[in-house]
Design a protein around this ligand. Structure first.
Ligand SMILES: Cc1ncc(COP(=O)(O)O)c(C=O)c1O
Length: 372
């Protein structure tokens, strides 16, 4: 692409029109045609999220002393998330830019904790089920660690035996997802926590998708297995606000069961002409907009609003499931937890890729799964 910075600026009205026009080829997320990337209830809620973010458009989350407002909002958002996920009196957390950063920080903290407290000498290792998000491999890649992927059971949940077998003296973290993205099922967190306790290994629960949805789905009467700090042995949790928290993008929380882990998270550099540089996130300068957006949306919806959304999601899923089940040659993949719904062709009855392409022609964005 050859594109040069224009010599002369243009009028905002013209630029705005061109930005609008640039979206012409995008999928219609606000007409229910996009089952991923966008979490959207309606224009009313979106406006709260957007206006709150724009009120803090200029502020910088790096400047804790300059912007006590941002720090206060951030602490309150972390506290509310801890409350939802059964944090204890000594639990702590950080606001991050997304699931990937939350996972990166958890992996880094587990690695440094193991090196300092357990004197791990070899290349640190993460043991994760095949279905865990690639962010664990990305973190390990940056941190010079290894990820051992273990096979899934027939029901797509983590296989305990395989995980136990993969653990060795360099293992610094076990991973469980709540739920994992490929099939939308929870791993058996309580059982994996049993291994973590027995072998004294860090357990990270990736609730990036489920963290802000599962508590409310449980509240309205669905079966949701224990997955958070209520399970003894869970050391850290990632939970995305920019997914089922319905806030502006750039918003996730990483939580630690105990404040003592935080020293292994912190980056501190003092050999610098400007003095101390200390951060608890990967980023330096950080957008404050997503912090304000999260605070505002959480107050706007309250638990009641989130329960209402959970009800809509679960009822919509049931209607989809009923419709798909009525089509010969298709079957719903089971089990499926929370909002997730996958379907496939049975007995080669339907050309499933043809279905995806046909729906794409009609404006639907169809996510596909390779295995199965
Ligand atoms: C289970 C799970 N973990 C982590 C992530 C990564 O989150 P992000 O894309 O916000 O970095 C995702 C994203 O879909 C996910 O589904």
């Amino acid at each position: 692409m050859t594109k040069r910075l224009p010599e002369r600026g243009a009028a905002w009205a013209d630029i705005k029109g061109r930005l609008e026009a640039s979206k012409a080829g995008d999928y219609a997320w606000n007409r229910g045609r996009l089952p991923l990337y966008v979490y959207w209830r309606d224009e009313e809620l979106c406006q709260v999220a957007r206006e709150a973010a724009s009120m803090f458009f200029v502020e910088n989350g790096l400047g804790k002393r300059a912007f006590p407002s941002v720090q206060q909002l951030e602490q309150e958002v972390v506290a509310m998330t801890l409350g939802l996920l059964n944090g204890g009196a000594h639990s702590v957390g950080n606001f991050t830019s997304g699931g990937t950063e939350s996972i990166f920080l958890a992996v880094k903290t587990a690695r440094d904790f193991a090196r300092a407290e357990r004197r791990i000498a070899g290349r640190p290792k993460v043991v994760a089920p095949q279905s865990a998000h690639p962010a664990f491999d990305k973190a390990a890649h940056y941190l010079d660690m290894e990820v051992v992927r273990t096979p899934l059971r027939k029901d797509f949940r983590a296989d305990l035996g395989a995980m136990k077998e993969a653990v060795d003296e360099n293992t610094v973290m076990l991973v469980a997802s709540a739920p994992a993205y490929p099939h939308g099922v929870f791993d058996p967190v309580e059982e994996i926590a049993g291994i973590a306790r027995a072998k004294d290994i860090w357990l990270h629960v990736d609730a990036c998708v489920g963290g802000l949805l599962a508590p409310f789905v449980r509240d309205i009467g669905y079966d949701v297995p224990p997955f958070d700090f209520s399970v003894e042995g869970v050391t850290s949790i990632s939970a995305d606000l920019h997914k089922y928290g319905f806030t502006a993008k750039g918003a996730s929380i990483v939580l630690f069961a105990d404040a003592t882990y935080q020293k292994h998270l912190r980056f501190h550099f003092s050999d610098w002409p400007r003095g101390n540089y200390i951060t608890d996130t990967f980023l330096g300068t950080r957008a404050a907009g997503p912090v304000a957006s999260a605070w505002a949306v959480m107050h706007y919806l309250g638990a009641e609003g989130y329960r209402e959304i959970a009800r809509t999601i679960m009822e919509t899923k049931a209607r989809f499931a009923e419709g798909i089940a009525a089509i010969a040659g298709l079957e719903i993949l089971k089990p499926n937890d929370l909002s997730f719904l996958l379907y496939r062709s049975v007995d080669d009855g339907v050309d499933i890729d043809g279905v995806a392409e046909g729906m794409a022609d009609r404006g639907w964005f169809v996510g596909r799964c390779n295995a199965p």
